[in-house]
Design a protein around this ligand. Structure first.
Ligand code: ASP
Ligand code: MG
Length: 476
């Protein structure tokens, strides 16, 4: 194939109902006129949650869950077929396919309810049904606009390890299968519409890539096909300089680097699945974030260099709903292994650690986790340090959940003196107290912890200090 392939992914809201699917189909048609195209699709918005809830309800023995789920799926998808498909024959053929998938999920839920046990494999099969349904709807909607399209199950393309619920792709096998399966379709000018979120092991067992994993599917396929670009169509204009609910004059960033995007994905700006950029960053394949509800807007492009700007800072992000845990006391000074035991306890509690800070006096170690993990983590720490607490080696394990993390993010902050200084001067002037500070040695991110009530003020004042409401001058 001479021309580079484009991969386009549509998120759940971008295919949320018949109108959205039509809009997505017309975006596909426009792009398919200019070159080869592979489409990846999420489940209609809300469907994956619905499927997972029904799976768990079934495991609790709720025998009605299967039927109720089938009714919801039928309502939403069959209603869309009526609007999207004009021909009688095409409509009834698609309805048969959709009913077959719904029937399979219903059977799986009934089986789960009978056994009162939800195996990871059954959960993978149930939760992936939304994509099987939406891919068929979108493929037919594209056909309706006069272009060939075919729904393809990613189980035929993406080969993964066998970790249920968060499988990882096997690059070599995936590339080989993807090329073999998709090349004939592309050569016959048909648009493959691939189910996001799923893959299969070498033995053919279905797996899923983790919640929100369709973004990851798109870049996995982009890398496998040496694509020229991957476009993630969603319901926002791109990556912003700050959360617009906190900063009304936040702007859409024109271009950011893979590193910046990864920091932003991690810290609050939940535009992308965190693993999305892994498959494409090495090959330098650009990724676009664009709004399917406003396709005339340019969106944000993610590249290797990411439009470096003189001011260094690209965005200010913040996350609430986090808890600060401190393990402290004079007894931990100079004692080896306290940090290791602390983080082993956090790992045992399956808590993801978002930020770590320890002053060199070693009087305490503090770290931040999502508040949902707080109770489990504290219990685990108390267990791990029971002996030390009893002997007052560790004096306290304390928790503060009324806090937020604010981060200043930008590639060019690296080696640029003064950014931390300006950051903390602004906060000082605003009378915002800083509870803890962390800067990774990557220097893409300076993060600090403030009281939750100061989060908005901190983000707003930093946003204006670094002039992020104005377009940036580019530097090379
Ligand atoms: N439908 C899946 C989810 O909701 C995958 C995705 O939307 O990317 O997690
Ligand atoms: Mg989604």
């Amino acid at each position: 194939m001479d021309q580079k392939i484009s991969v386009m992914k549509f998120g759940g809201t971008s295919v949320g109902d018949a109108d959205c699917i039509k809009r997505a189909a017309s975006i596909v048609i426009d792009a398919a006129r200019t070159g080869p195209l592979v489409v990846v699709v999420s489940a209609m918005s809300g469907i994956t949650n619905r499927l997972i809830d029904a799976a768990h309800a079934s495991a609790n023995g709720e025998t009605n869950a299967a039927g109720a789920l089938a009714a919801t799926l039928r309502d939403q998808h069959v209603a869309a077929i009526k609007i999207l498909v004009s021909g009688q024959e095409a409509a009834s053929q698609l309805t048969v396919e959709i009913e077959k998938i719904i029937g399979e999920v219903e059977d799986l839920c009934r089986g789960t309810a009978l056994l009162r046990e939800l195996t990871p494999r059954a959960l993978d099969s149930i939760s992936s049904a939304g994509e099987r349904l939406s891919a068929r709807l979108l493929a037919q909607a594209i056909c309706e606009l006069g272009c060939h399209a075919k729904a393809v199950d990613a189980t035929e393309l993406i080969v993964t390890d066998n970790t249920s619920g968060r499988a990882e792709p096997l690059t070599v096998e995936t590339r080989q299968r993807t090329i073999t399966r998709l090349t004939p379709l592309l050569e016959s000018h048909s648009v493959p519409v691939v189910t996001g979120f799923v893959g299969a092991t070498t033995e053919g067992t279905l797996t899923t890539l983790g919640r929100g994993g369709s973004d990851y599917s798109a870049t996995i396929l982009g890398a496998a096909l040496d694509a020229g670009e991957v476009i993630i169509w969603t319901d926002v204009d791109g990556v912003l300089t700050a959360d617009p609910r906190l900063v009304p004059d936040a702007r859409t960033l024109q271009e950011i680097s893979y590193n910046e995007a990864a920091e932003l994905a991690y810290f609050g700006a939940k535009v992308l699945h965190p693993k999305t950029l892994r498959p494409v960053s090495e090959a330098g394949i650009p990724v676009w974030i664009r709004n399917s509800f406003a396709p005339e807007r340019p969106g944000t492009q993610i590249t290797t260099t990411g439009h470096p700007t003189a001011r260094g800072v690209k965005a200010i992000t913040a996350i609430g709903d986090v808890s600060l845990i401190t393990v402290g006391g004079r007894g931990i000074v100079g004692v080896l292994g306290v940090a290791a035991r602390t983080f082993t306890a956090a790992a045992t509690a399956q808590a993801n650690v978002l930020l770590i800070s320890q002053s060199s006096s070693e009087n305490d170690i503090c770290f931040i986790i999502n508040s949902v993990d707080e109770a489990r983590t504290v219990a685990e720490l108390r267990r791990a340090f029971a002996f030390d607490l009893a002997h007052k080696e560790v004096e306290h394990i304390s928790v503060d959940s009324d806090i937020a993390i604010v981060a200043v993010v930008g590639d060019r902050m690296r080696g640029m003196p003064g950014i931390a200084g300006r950051t903390f001067s602004v906060l000082g002037r605003r009378g915002i107290n800083i509870i803890a500070i962390a800067q990774g040695s990557s220097e893409y991110n300076v993060s600090f912890v403030v009281q939750a009530g100061s989060m908005r003020d901190a983000v707003q004042s930093l946003h204006s200090e670094f002039g992020l409401q104005r377009p940036a001058d580019r530097v090379e």
